[in-house]
Design a binder for this molecule. Structure first.
Ligand code: ADP
Ligand code: MG
Length: 396
């Protein structure tokens, strides 16, 4: 058990919700940010608790200094830039985006790697995400796959690590990145190695399905950045090969997938072992409502940045007609539609329920339509038969 667990007597207390007051004054929050912390920031969550930071050494997490050219941007220029790059933002005291790498104020060793990689300008998520992350605030970042989210959190992580006291023997990581799969964890590690190398930051990757020995040895040597899948990391913690007491920068990458894959209980357990005044960054390609509510339980007064449309996009190549009809008119309407459009091509009909699916199929077949159905209660053989028939457009 970590000292955080034993202090609260409730293993999930810190992770679930952080309080609305008591944030240490030396932690880089400006007065206006602190005074804006209110219960409104906690929609959809349990009642906020007071932070218990007794005995925790304060740490620095605000490293952002706005460059003069960013300061010089007018509100209109900022709006235009955000519009052009499809950046939507939410939150209080949102910093202006940076339009070039130079403006971020990354240290030379990071700039060197950026030049070496041949990057020309920040991607949209980086342009807005870097100043947000460097301010030490929590963040929800949503942008499609391939948009550069990894460096959006890794470069500020490197700055964060370099400002912390060096690891003492027995210390766990300072930065923890949670990812859903081994493949993704390894990709993240490659970027961390590339961009962290010149500042001598060590990292390791912790994932299941391989022997623990080498991973345990890395952890025991002491690494500043750990990239892990939740299951194997829990394992390592339970067998005391590492601990999360030094973690002050937590990243949940592809968080939607982690939640989809059922990692929520492990994430809760892991987060409960991390100090409550940590910085938490949540990244994903999509943000369904239910997932956002869950995500906000791990975050404190977060910024939100979305690249592209915040809504699901409709495919413009598909014409959509919406007919609103009452329940008893539906079947006749359907048959009428089928008569109008049926030219031997294949037609897909989606139903609300499995029962409805079976009913309509039966009724259509009785009326002479070559219908077949597919749903979760059908055997695999039946499902294969239906989808095969549809693919081959076989008349049955
Ligand atoms: P995501 O996590 O959003 O799916 P990645 O972080 O994996 O995307 O980035 C995709 C690729 O883009 C990587 O190869 C990365 O090195 C590269 N990349 C990141 N930032 C930039 C940039 N500013 N300019 C050009 N390429 C970049
Ligand atoms: Mg990614």
């Amino acid at each position: 058990m970590s000292r955080y667990d034993s202090r609260s007597g409730d293993p999930t207390s810190y992770g679930d919700r952080r309080g609305d007051s008591g944030f240490g004054g030396s932690m880089g929050f400006s007065g206006s940010v602190r005074s804006s912390l209110s219960r409104n920031n906690y929609e959809g969550a349990e009642s906020p608790r007071k932070l218990d930071l007794d005995g925790l050494t304060p740490f620095e997490k605000n490293f952002y200094v706005e460059s003069s050219s960013v300061t010089a941007m007018s509100d209109r220029e900022v709006d235009e830039y955000r519009q052009r790059r499809e950046i939507t933002i939410e939150g209080r005291d949102i910093p202006k985006p940076v339009t070039s790498f130079r403006d971020v104020g990354f240290p030379d060793y990071v700039m060197l790697e950026i030049t070496r990689a041949g990057f020309v300008e920040p991607t949209a998520i980086q342009a807005q995400g870097w100043p947000m992350a460097l301010k030490g605030r929590d963040l929800i970042g949503i942008a499609e796959t391939g948009s550069g989210k990894t460096l959006a959190y890794l470069l500020p992580a490197i700055v964060h690590v370099n400002a912390q006291p060096i690891l003492a023997p027995g210390d766990g990581p300072i930065v923890l990145v949670l990812a859903p799969t081994r493949e993704l964890a390894v990709q993240i590690q490659n970027e961390a190695t590339k961009f962290g190398a010149s500042s001598k930051i060590k990292n390791t990757c912790i994932y299941g399905g391989v022997p623990k020995g080498p991973q345990v040895r890395d952890l025991q040597k002491g690494v500043e950045i750990v990239i892990a899948t939740p299951g194997r990391l829990m394992d390592m913690l339970e067998s005391h090969h590492t601990n999360l007491r030094r973690v002050t920068y937590l990243v949940l990458d592809e968080a939607d997938r982690m939640l989809d894959m059922g990692f929520e209980p492990q994430i809760r357990k892991l987060v409960s072992q991390i100090r409550p005044d940590r910085q938490t960054l949540y990244w994903s390609a999509t943000l369904p409502k239910e997932v956002e509510q869950l995500a906000r339980q791990f975050l404190y007064n977060p910024y939100k940045v979305i690249i592209g449309s915040p809504d699901l996009k409709a495919n413009h190549a598909i014409r959509q007609h919406v007919d609103i009809v009452s329940e008893h008119q539906k079947y006749n309407k359907l048959v009428k539609l089928l008569e109008d459009i049926m030219d031997g091509s294949r037609i897909l009909i989606f139903m609300d329920t499995k029962k409805g699916c079976d009913q309509i199929t039966r009724q259509l077949r009785m009326d002479g339509w070559p219908a077949l159905s597919i749903h979760g209660d059908k055997s695999q053989a039946e499902r294969d038969w239906s989808s095969q028939s549809l693919k081959l457009a076989r008349v049955l």
